[in-house]
Design a protein around this ligand. Structure first.
Ligand code: FAD
Length: 511
């Protein structure tokens, strides 16, 4: 049974027509619950990006995969309705929206949450609408287990991140989150509910992973688990030269056997600016970043390698020796090393503190014109020279992530596309500027993003957008390259009327 359906009213003269549509939809869905008028403030017309807003016809809170299938079938029976699964709406370009369509609030889908053991390995069967932070808390506290591959911030849904990739400091070792699920339950654009895996309905399984929500709605995922460690030694070391930073980061991610458990890094401005500079490095208020250590040859930006090493309460001493040995080989600026010990849960929930701070200072609800790219190793030095050192030399009022990933950990059969290179970097411009007039107009920041993309394109850099956002079919074809045909075939197989995820703006609904 559907929990309930919320109705959006746009204009006075359109009101009665829309009420008719919603009423007939409710009948078609055998919906008995009430229809709430949310008006323009409804969450379904908003996302974290805060740049785009379109109004749906209605938002539906499904209580089971049966509800999801019923909604998709009702849309298929109509001449023009589309359906957008909305995870936690943390997209930045309206990807989880559906103009005059139906938005499914996937958070309402609470079940399942079940640990299953298959041939000695533990898995979590979890709802596509579950938040990763709830997955973490329940898995660790109930069974002492945890997924292997994460995102930095965990207020994201399982189905939302699996529709892209899901990347963080564990990706070099275990691959993105999409490489850490073995089975999905998916409601296709035809309204069929299918279980899929490597061996069963495999084309749907590969298609849905990184599939931008185009082939089906993920209602359940089976996630690989491992023993959760007790603690994490969390370390930051600073570099003045990009080549040394990148060389060390690449050598660390290449050594899967004897290495840290988490490897990331970011660019900071070489100044005392509180949002962009030296103060962003220390891990607790007791630590001081003393600029006296910065070599006189340093440029406008510095680089911070961020590392994590897991340990159990019993092996603290020996792991501390491991840290010293591993760090001893790195070429960071001596004197600019910061470390602290935190519980595993605290470490994975570290961005929650950033969220609380941003909510308090108004930058969480401000527009977020973010840009995320994958840039091939062979072009990252050019990118550093032109983008970090010039275009972004004053920072983005938030983290500028840059760290290497290994191509071998990404499955070519999945829908996500990445550069054709053994090592490529994720570059994330996580802008947290205050809203205007205190901060810059968002259009200016979008223009800066476009300038960066323009630079990459005109210089022929091997790069891909992560969370791609394009306006024309030609651009989508370029994005997918030789995988475009496969993407179109998957769409024809699983969502032939282009009902699903209209906010990605790749295909148009056919009657
Ligand atoms: P939504 O934004 O709601 O949806 C995203 C897309 O997926 C939409 O097209 C939607 O229709 C579709 N979709 C949603 N649920 C389903 C489903 N169940 N089945 C099929 N399609 C579905 N990403 C990383 O990889 N690593 C990070 O470290 C990271 N950190 C972030 C930090 C913050 C503060 C924010 C705002 C985002 C971050 N992201 C990160 C990006 C995040 O992965 C995306 O925003 C992603 O969209 C997940 O968010 P969501 O669950 O809110 O999905």
């Amino acid at each position: 049974m559907l929990a309930y359906l919320e109705h959006f009213v746009h204009e006075k003269d359109a009101e009665s027509r829309q009420e008719d549509e919603v009423a007939s939809l409710s009948r078609a869905l055998e919906l008995q619950a009430s229809i709430d008028e949310l008006g323009p403030t409804g969450i379904a017309s908003k996302d974290f990006g805060g740049i785009k807003s379109v109004k749906p016809l209605a938002m539906i809170r499904p209580s089971s995969p049966v509800d999801v299938a019923r909604v998709v079938k009702a849309a298929a029976a109509s001449p023009s309705l589309t359906v957008a699964a909305r995870g936690n709406g943390h997209s930045v370009n309206g990807q989880a929206m559906a103009e005059k369509g139906l938005v499914l609030d996937m958070r309402a889908l609470e079940e399942p949450f079940e640990i299953v053991w298959v041939e000695g390995t533990a898995y979590l069967d979890v709802s596509g609408g579950a938040l990763w932070e709830d997955v973490l808390k329940r898995c660790v506290s109930e069974v002492g287990l945890a997924p292997r591959s994460w995102t930095d911030y965990l207020g994201l849904t399982v189905g939302g991140t699996l529709s892209y990739a899901g990347v963080s400091g564990q990706t070099f070792r275990y691959g993105p989150q999409t490489s850490n699920v073995t089975e999905l339950e998916v409601v296709t654009g035809k309204g069929e509910t299918l279980c899929c895996s490597l061996t069963q309905n495999s084309e749907l399984f590969f298609g849905a992973l990184g599939g931008l929500g185009q082939f089906g709605i993920i209602t359940r995922a089976r996630v690989v688990l491992q023993q959760a460690p007790d603690m994490v030694r969390w370390i930051r070391v600073v570099y003045s030269e990009f080549e040394e930073y990148a060389g060390d980061a690449e050598s660390l991610v290449g050594e899967v056997e004897e290495c840290f458990d988490y490897v990331e890094g970011f660019v900071l401005v070489n100044s005392d600016d509180p949002a962009n500079g030296w103060p962003t490095v220390p891990l607790d208020p007791e630590q001081v970043f003393d600029p006296i250590h910065i070599p006189s040859t340093a440029g406008p930006v510095l680089y911070c390698l961020e590392l994590g090493l897991h340990y159990g309460n019993a092996d603290h001493r020996s792991r501390a020796r491991d840290v010293d040995r591993l760090l001893g080989r790195l070429r960071f600026v001596r004197g600019l090393k910061f470390q602290t010990d935190v519980s595993y849960m605290e470490f994975l929930l570290r961005v929650k503190r950033v969220e609380e701070h941003a909510k308090a200072n108004g930058t969480w609800d401000a527009p977020h014109p973010w840009l995320n790219l994958f840039v091939s190793k062979s072009h990252i030095v050019d990118f550093d020279r032109e983008v970090f050192k010039k275009i972004l030399k004053d920072g983005v009022d938030g983290p500028i992530l840059v760290y290497p990933l290994l191509r071998t950990k990404w499955d070519n059969r999945h829908s996500v596309v990445v550069p054709d290179s053994d090592i490529f970097y994720i570059v994330a411009l996580l802008r947290f500027s205050p809203p205007p007039p205190k901060g810059p107009p968002p259009e200016l920041l979008v223009a800066q993003n476009n300038e960066i993309i323009q630079f990459c394109t005109s210089r022929g850099l091997d790069f891909k957008q992560y969370f791609p956002h394009y306006h024309s079919r030609e651009d989508w074809m370029k994005h997918f390259g030789k995988q475009w045909t496969r993407f179109v075939e998957r769409k024809a197989n699983f969502d032939p009327m282009a009902i699903l995820a209209p906010g990605q703006r790749i295909f148009s609904r056919t009657p």
